[in-house]
Design a protein around this ligand. Structure first.
Ligand SMILES: Cc1cc2nc3c(=O)[nH]c(=O)nc-3n(C[C@H](O)[C@H](O)[C@H](O)COP(=O)(O)O)c2cc1C
Length: 200
């Protein structure tokens, strides 16, 4: 059995909801998953102006967590087609792990949330790859492992880079059943890959 960390940043709960589905997928494959949230960098004043709800009770991820888990799935809320500053700040705190090569060979994946379909569903995954490469982590894409990705009869997030959801500009759209199903598939497939790597 492998231990998977789902490390996420979610301001309005869309990514948090997707993270639960990814966790289910990992557990469906017979493995364990833990939800860990990224440290917030915005002040309470700014968060209030952005109408951000309170954070979840999930533990805040630490550098030791990155080392301890067998694989890490990142859940990222989009900012201008990339991941948020909170995530970049966290990456920039991982120099000690990088210097010691602690994450080399560890599998990683990504799922994303954007307001619009063209708002970064693919580019968030694409722009994660340099971070993974520098740490020597193994990017595990979703590919078209879930046929729901081919659906063109309804609006949905997700791409070969990973599962995804579309939140709307005002955050009014929560993840659909189709998007949550793709997220479950990603959790299952990722856990299977992580288990194969851990067995070597
Ligand atoms: C500063 C900022 C920039 C954003 N930029 C984009 C963008 O370029 N494209 C887009 O589709 N959504 C954009 N969004 C919307 C977020 O992606 C959306 O609020 C998020 O996916 C909701 O997920 P969450 O509730 O898990 O945070 C932006 C939001 C903020 C606050």
């Amino acid at each position: 059995m492998v231990k998977i960390a789902i490390v996420y940043y979610s301001l309005y709960g869309h990514i948090r909801k997707m993270a639960e589905a990814v966790k289910k997928g990992v557990e469906d494959a017979g493995h364990t998953a833990t939800l860990l949230q990224l440290p917030e960098t915005l002040s309470e004043e700014v968060l209030a102006k952005m109408h951000a709800p309170p954070k979840s009770d999930d533990a805040v991820v630490t550098l030791a967590d990155l080392e301890a888990y067998d694989g890490i799935i990142f859940g990222l809320s989009g900012r201008y087609g990339q991941f948020s500053a909170q995530f970049k700040t966290f990456w920039d705190s991982t120099g000690s792990l990088w210097a010691a090569g602690k994450l080399i060979g560890k599998p990683a994946a990504v799922f994303a949330s954007t307001a619009q379909q063209g708002g970064g569903q693919e580019t968030i995954g694409l722009t994660l790859i340099p971070q993974l490469a520098h740490h020597g982590m193994i990017f595990v894409p979703l590919g078209y492992a879930d046929p729901k990705l081919f659906v063109n009869t309804e609006v949905h997030g997700g791409s070969p880079y990973g599962a995804g959801t579309i939140a709307n500009g005002d955050g009014s759209r929560m993840p659909s059943e189709l998007e949550l199903g793709i997220a479950v598939t990603q959790g299952t497939n990722f856990a299977k890959v992580a288990a194969k790597l851990a067995a070597k």
